[in-house]
Write a protein that binds this ligand. Structure first.
Ligand code: BGC
Length: 350
């Protein structure tokens, strides 16, 4: 079968190559890969800035945003051949730390977790893959063309859960949310905000291309002016930061309403320095009881929440998030970000 592999930490090593078909071990399913979503983390791995091959091996099969169809499932499992499934990204560390022992591997304390397609376990970028039934989630068959958005949806389901848990420390009836960044994470965070009945605002640099209309089609408001003027106007109770751009991150922290909650989801590149007034920001955050949360990855409860959110969403709206779909062999084009991209997907069946 064909698989998209990299040789971390070498830069530019991505290639589609022939590898042996996988065979499922006990408790595992064999899945036919349908689609693979590409994200910033994949681009970082390909650029040699992130990613680890399995111990004792040079190559890692790339890909953590999966969608597949079950070919074989163990007897007595809750899966059937033909089911639409996604595989979970992270596995608990082997110690395990307290969080991993409590199924909260997204909160791993010792950093020895592994991640499919990212850290020490092969990913889902192949025509066939195997997955433990305990780390697979069934999707509504209606999601056949958009279910590849599941993994980024799990990331925002966790982010919203974190916001709500922090909000619950006192009286909390948020009205307005600002999402910074109209990429897949930002737009899916906006979707979950709308599903919660909030007034949703999305801020992005783009003034043309698909993003403004996609935001408006959700019933949310699109902004492309400066974050400080937007926050001054709307005074958001919650900000979900999905750009990772240092200036935007800092302005988000410094510009919420009183009791504001900022959830950071964007992984920034390091080394870009900006000059900021930390004293003023600290003063405002203390006097306003502001909380800033970092949030990464997702555990099985977030996969369940994300599957529910996608099942409730308008499939036509979700399909507008997939702006390019390319065959596996065109992986190099998929890994090159385009100006009007939202989500780029590799078709593993083509
Ligand atoms: C993935 C997460 C993962 C993180 C860090 C992100 O792109 O969505 O599942 O934990 O990268 O490796």
């Amino acid at each position: 079968m064909r698989a998209l592999a990299v040789h971390p930490p070498a830069a530019g090593s991505a290639e589609v190559r022939d590898v042996p078909d996988p065979s499922p071990g006990p408790g595992e399913m064999l899945v036919e890969g349908l689609a693979l979503g590409i994200c910033g983390t994949d681009r970082e791995i390909v650029a040699g800035q992130y990613g680890w091959a399995p111990p004792g091996r040079d190559r890692l099969v790339l890909g953590h945003e999966s969608l597949g169809r079950v070919r074989t499932a163990p007897d007595g499992s809750s899966f059937q051949p033909g089911d639409l499934v996604v595989g979970v990204v992270r596995r608990p560390d082997p110690v395990p730390c307290g969080a991993c022992a409590h199924h909260e591997f997204d909160m791993c304390r010792n950093g020895r977790y592994t991640e499919r397609g990212i850290k020490e376990i092969d990913g889902y970028g192949s025509q066939l893959w195997t997955v433990e039934t305990d780390y697979a989630v069934k999707l509504d068959p209606r999601l056949e063309h958009v279910g590849v958005l599941m993994e980024p949806t799990t990331v925002v389901a966790k982010a919203w859960e974190q916001v709500e848990k922090v909000g619950a420390r006192s009286w909390f009836e948020p009205k307005r949310v600002l999402v910074t960044g109209a990429g897949p994470i930002g737009l899916l965070a906006a979707l979950l905000g709308v599903q919660r009945g909030l007034e949703v605002h999305v801020l992005d640099l783009a003034t043309d291309g698909p993003k403004p209309d996609v935001v408006r089609a959700l019933g949310a408001e699109y902004h492309s002016d400066g974050i400080d003027s937007v926050t001054a106007r709307i005074e958001p109770d919650v900000i979900i930061e999905a750009t990772g751009v240092p200036g935007v991150v800092f302005e988000a922290m410094a510009n919420t309403a009183a009791y504001g909650i900022v959830c950071l989801t964007g992984v920034s590149s390091v080394g870009r320095k900006i000059s900021v007034d930390v004293g003023a920001a600290n003063r405002d955050m203390v006097l306003d009881n502001v909380v800033v949360i970092g949030s990464v990855n997702a555990n099985l409860s977030h996969y369940a929440a994300a599957a529910g959110a996608l099942a409730r969403a308008d499939v036509e709206w979700l399909s507008r998030l997939i702006t390019r779909r390319l065959p596996l062999e065109k992986f190099a084009d998929a890994l090159t970000a385009g100006a009007d991209d939202i989500k780029v997907v590799l078709d593993l069946t083509a």
